[in-house]
Design a protein around this ligand. Structure first.
Ligand code: SF4
Length: 275
């Protein structure tokens, strides 16, 4: 593992400025660094041409712009989907799925390594939870996929491995970089966060002024059926999750999506539909 500081982990407007000023460099350099990192998506300090050469050298020696190495990449046999697998410096695997389309390219981001929710139908649910991804690791997935594919990612789906609301601080910090016009500059409605339904975090998110679209992974009409499908512990009733979703939609003026995977004989009866 490298001892270098991963620059995407430093929150712009807070930590990044503190680090830069600590180096004895004028604060206005932060704006230039931000532009190279987030707007020009540069992956080498040697490209930071408007910074003094000795400062570039210092950055090279003490900071890094990427942390992953590409482990594997598999293209779907039925459509243009590409599944990326990256190695983290501490030896874990991060899965990212790229969904190119004629009019819009989407990316499905992971937020954790492993997933504690354990949905019975999901391969990620079989991977034991190891740790949360950092804000930089969440953002790096976009940069790695854009670099490899040569395409621009238009919309973000927090629907990969992990429950985003159980990695609340890092996910929200990454979203703030995504929607900041001086960083990634995504429209809020081009970001969808899918959650199994953690009520306090949904309410907290509704106050963050990021107003991304929320998708609730319910998969069941009631708690009894849901417990058969989602075997990890979610301490909230379906009714309370729905109420939190409605409140989120009201406060952020956005539509809520309900996700429901049909499992034969488990949640696809007439009674389930009626409920
Ligand atoms: S919460 Fe998402 S990633 Fe985790 S097991 Fe369920 S579907 Fe899979």
């Amino acid at each position: 593992m490298t001892n270098k500081t991963f620059i995407l982990d430093l929150v712009p407007g807070e930590q990044l400025e503190r680090y830069i000023v600590r180096e004895g460099v004028s604060k206005f350099r932060t704006k230039q660094i931000l532009e190279w990192v987030y707007k020009k998506k540069s992956d080498s300090f040697s490209q930071f041409s408007n910074l003094p050469a000795d400062f570039r050298k210092h950055l090279e020696e003490n900071y890094c712009l990427r942390s992953f190495t590409l482990k594997d990449k598999k293209s779907s046999k039925i459509d243009a989907t590409v599944r990326y697998s990256f190695n983290t410096p501490d030896g874990f695997e991060v899965i990212t799925v790229f969904l190119p389309h004629e009019n819009r390219n989407s990316i499905c981001l992971s937020s954790q390594i492993g997933c504690p929710i354990k949905c019975s139908f999901c391969a990620s649910g079989k991977v034991p939870f190891k740790r949360n991804l950092t804000r930089g690791e969440i953002l790096e997935q976009i940069l790695q996929v854009e670099k490899d594919s040569g395409a621009v990612v238009d919309s973000i789906l927090f629907m990969g491995m992990g429950e985003p609301l159980l990695n609340y601080d890092n996910v929200v910090s990454a979203i703030k970089s995504m929607v900041d016009p001086e960083q990634f500059g995504y429209g809020r409605r081009n970001i969808v966060l899918s959650s199994a339904g953690f009520v306090p975090q949904i309410m907290k998110l509704s106050d963050e002024k990021v107003a991304v679209r929320l998708a609730l992974s319910l998969h069941a009409p009631d708690d009894q059926v849901r417990e058969k499908i989602i075997t990890g512990k979610i301490p909230y009733f379906v009714e309370d999750i729905l109420q939190a979703g409605l409140e989120y939609g009201r406060k952020t003026k956005s539509k809520i999506t309900i996700e429901y995977v049909l499992i034969d004989g488990v949640n696809n009866t007439q009674a389930d539909a009626a409920a």
